[in-house]
Design a protein around this ligand. Structure first.
Ligand code: ZN
Ligand code: ZN
Length: 309
């Protein structure tokens, strides 16, 4: 398991590499695209500049997320990463809508009569190569340190590669067949890609901010741990939340009503350390203890083994 300090260092290094490469690619595509007469290349450049903002957000949120808990933020600051990713989705959606509107405007007004020059083709090729390299680096590091932000970043870059490839093919057709109308049409397709990514990130972060957990493997692991304790019955109202790449666990259990508080505390402490050893990145566990066959009708939420599947 990778230490938190190492994790932060990885995020910072990979974010800086991504930031500077993307900034260089974005600026060259916007400048050469404008001068060379290809709005599709400009739109690809704007897509890359959203990636520059991704990197800036990754850097800022890492600094916030590593701050220790304080009197106001008793759970720590790890959700800063989720908030950063949420802001990112708004930026991506905004860029996508802007591009789409501009490209449609170009088609309607018939502004797209220029044949793009060869420099636009060269800059797109360089961009494709650069993005493939960045995507591979981000994906591997993201998997290694379990950062959804970095993995989201890498996935977004795969879309960028497809986008740049389509721009490249479109440019070829535009130049070869002298079909200038193709250029803004490709720009519209690029903007649809951008919007799709934006919506995906928007819904994922919404779920996390509402304490949603996508896969229920972690619940299965918790029930498996409880099963090892023969004196413990009916684990219920299990709730898991994500704090950055960490998990906070709440659950209810039932124990023999005649044992001492000391004994019950012993059992609970054992369960806690067992869960921590079985599941990586547990931030906190809160166990509520009840007597056997406790009837409580207000426990309407949380997971028990019956509603797990
Ligand atoms: Zn209960
Ligand atoms: Zn205790």
């Amino acid at each position: 398991m990778i230490s938190n300090k190492k994790r932060e260092q990885y995020i910072i290094v990979v974010s800086y590499i991504t930031l500077f490469t993307n900034a260089a690619l974005a600026i060259s595509k916007i400048v050469i695209g404008s001068l060379g007469g290809s709005f599709a290349v400009v739109s690809d450049g704007i897509d890359s500049s959203t990636d520059v903002i991704i990197s800036i957000i990754a850097l800022i949120t890492t600094y916030i997320a590593k701050k220790p808990p304080d009197k106001i933020h008793t759970f720590g600051h790890k959700r800063a990463e989720t908030i950063g990713t949420k802001i990112l989705s708004f930026i991506i959606l905004f860029a996508g809508i802007q591009l789409c509107i501009t490209a449609v405007g170009k088609i309607i007004s018939g502004q797209s009569s220029q044949i793009p020059n060869i420099a636009t083709v060269v800059v797109i090729l360089i961009s494709i190569f650069g993005k493939i390299t960045l995507s591979v680096i981000n994906f591997n590091v993201g998997k290694k340190i379990k950062s959804d932000l970095i993995i989201a970043n890498a996935k977004n870059m795969r879309n960028d590669i497809i986008t740049s490839l389509s721009v490249f093919i479109g440019l070829g057709c535009t130049i070869f067949f002298k079909l200038t109308i193709l250029d803004p049409i490709i720009a519209i397709l690029v903007s649809i890609w951008i919007l799709k990514t934006g919506f995906e990130i928007f819904f994922e972060t919404s779920s996390e901010l509402m304490d949603g957990i996508k896969d229920n493997e972690i619940y299965k692991s918790i029930f498996d741990v409880i099963k090892q304790f023969k004196s413990v019955k009916n684990p219920h109202k299990v709730r898991v939340r994500k704090l950055g790449n960490f998990f906070a666990v709440d659950l209810d259990i039932e124990v023999d009503p005649n044992i001492t508080v000391k004994k019950a505390h012993e059992i609970v402490t054992q369960i806690e350390s067992e869960i921590k050893s079985k599941i990586e990145n547990i931030y906190d566990i809160m166990i509520h203890t009840e007597p056997y066959d406790n009837i409580q009708h207000d426990e309407l939420y949380g997971i028990n083994e019956k509603n797990l599947d």
